[in-house]
Design a binder for this molecule. Structure first.
Ligand code: GLU
Length: 467
């Protein structure tokens, strides 16, 4: 059997981090077994679905590196097929027309509530003769759901979950305006798309009982199910806006790498022994539904950052440059020149052990492109005392006299001056860092000076000594 999975987002906003994880699990399952990963946009809610949201979801998936097979399918465009299936159900006796008016349904609900019962459709048109149909009322079409027995979901994560059929009422398949309901559309689409495994959030588990009843009514084999626990915030509460970033694109904008997110989201709800660093190729080899945990997992931003630091160290310098340039250009408000990019490329190795996000890399490297005189942050300004400035003046002269402009040669000059003046190396190196970068933290300062080059370094030193 070829495994076919799908991701079925409703396009009402960005790609939610939970949706990203659901997509990842489906993608991994398909890739693990050489199957197919399909994408279906559940755009039947015309009022809430927007093209901008569809684009945001596609962008999010592409950024995460989760490629889908074939074209994305629009659920809305399949509405005629959904209606045709309901016709089949009418013909095979598993569905019926219900002529209740909205007022009648309201009255039913109110009466049930008043009697302390769960509001539900009481099945009053289930066995009525269609000849009794009132004139001028467009009927809704309902499933003739079984009343006896139970419906059982054999779930890969939740185990066997059962509900008494007497608890489920006859759900609407087609509304009186002829539009299909969500529960119907999902079943028809999953069936037609040949979906073998449905992996989705456990907030859909209660829908599954009803969906199984639709499969049974059509005599269709149902897919296998895995309902994954939702993601919680660091405080253990259900993830919500107050926890901050909810959309995948927010993590991109914070400077996380897609491979970090794939690894992090995988571990958020799935485990393989105590492995924490699981590159995607390894994940494809290992992924299985059995490794999905049963309890909700908590977001842990510190862990995510540490993981990102790992993948930044693993990434090639050239790729990091490409990924960081947009952040820098946004901050500078101008495009980087090829020479700027080259400087960045040379400075990346110095940053790798120090930064956890691309934003830190961008912010940390701004000094490379800053206009002179460099703005000094408060700590840097504090270091540049009159004494320090005069030391830097002497250093600048020695630098200018050096024939060689390499980190090693410059370090040697600083060491010699430290020895001569009886200063600790740091007492010279820190003001030098302040003068060259405007900050007190940076990659190794002699490398910084080498990358900045002779002309720019000496000019920056002059700015603070002659200023
Ligand atoms: N469209 C649903 C959602 O965005 C998913 C439905 C499903 O996976 O069956 O939550």
């Amino acid at each position: 059997m070829t495994i076919v999975t799908r991701f079925a987002p409703s396009p009402t906003g960005f790609l939610h981090i939970g949706g990203g994880r659901t997509a990842l699990f489906n993608w991994l399952l398909a890739r693990r077994h050489g199957g197919k990963f399909l994408l279906r946009i559940e755009d039947t809610d015309r009022a809430r679905s927007t093209q901008a949201a569809v684009d945001a979801i596609l962008d999010g998936l592409k950024w995460l590196g989760l490629d889908w097979d074939g074209d994305a399918i629009s659920q809305f465009e399949r509405k005629d097929r959904h209606a045709a299936v309901v016709e089949e159900m009418l013909a095979n006796g598993s569905a019926y027309r219900c002529y209740c008016t909205p007022e009648e349904l309201d009255a039913m609900r109110e009466a049930q509530k008043a009697a302390g019962q769960q509001p539900r459709y009481d099945g009053r048109w289930r066995d009525r003769d269609p000849s009794e149909a009132p004139a001028g009322i467009a009927p809704a079409i309902r499933l003739k759901a079984p009343r006896e027995g139970e419906t059982v979901v054999k779930d890969h994560v939740q185990g066997e979950v059962r509900v008494q059929n007497s608890q489920l009422d006859d759900l609407i398949l087609l509304r009186s305006d002829g539009t299909p309901t969500y529960l119907l559309a999902v079943v028809v689409d999953d069936y037609d798309m040949g979906v073998t495994h449905v992996v989705r959030g456990d907030d859909h588990l209660t829908n599954t009982f009803r969906q199984l009843q639709i499969y049974n009514a059509m005599g269709w084999k149902a897919p296998e199910f895995a309902h994954i626990p939702l993601i919680h915030g660091p405080d253990g509460a259900k993830l919500s806006k107050r926890h901050g970033a909810l959309g995948i694109e927010a993590y991109r904008d914070m400077g996380f790498l897609p491979e970090t997110m794939r690894n992090y989201l995988l571990r958020l709800g799935w485990g393989h022994g105590d492995a924490e660093i699981i590159p995607t190729e390894q994940a494809i080899e290992w992924f299985d539904l059995e490794g999905i945990g049963r309890s909700p997992s908590r977001l842990d931003f510190a862990k995510m950052e540490n993981l990102n630091g790992h993948y930044i160290r693993e990434a090639s310098d050239a790729r990091l440059v490409d990924l960081t340039v947009p952040f820098i250009e946004q901050r500078l408000g101008r495009a980087l020149t090829p020479a700027d990019k080259d400087r960045l490329l040379q400075s990346v190795p110095g940053f790798k052990p120090r930064v956890k996000t691309l934003v830190e890399l961008a912010d940390g490297s701004l000094y490379l492109f800053a206009n002179r005189p460099l703005p000094l942050d408060e700590k840097a300004a504090g270091l540049l005392t009159a004494d320090a400035r005069s030391q830097l003046g002497a250093l600048a002269e020695a630098f200018a006299a050096s024939t060689e402009w390499t980190a090693a040669a410059l370090e040697q000059i600083v060491r010699e001056q430290a020895e001569r003046t009886g200063l600790k190396l740091g007492k010279l190196a820190q003001p030098l860092r302040a003068a060259l970068t405007g900050s007190t933290v940076s990659p190794p300062i002699f490398e910084v000076a080498e990358i900045l080059g002779r002309v720019e370094s000496l000019a920056r030193l002059e700015d603070v000594t002659k200023g």
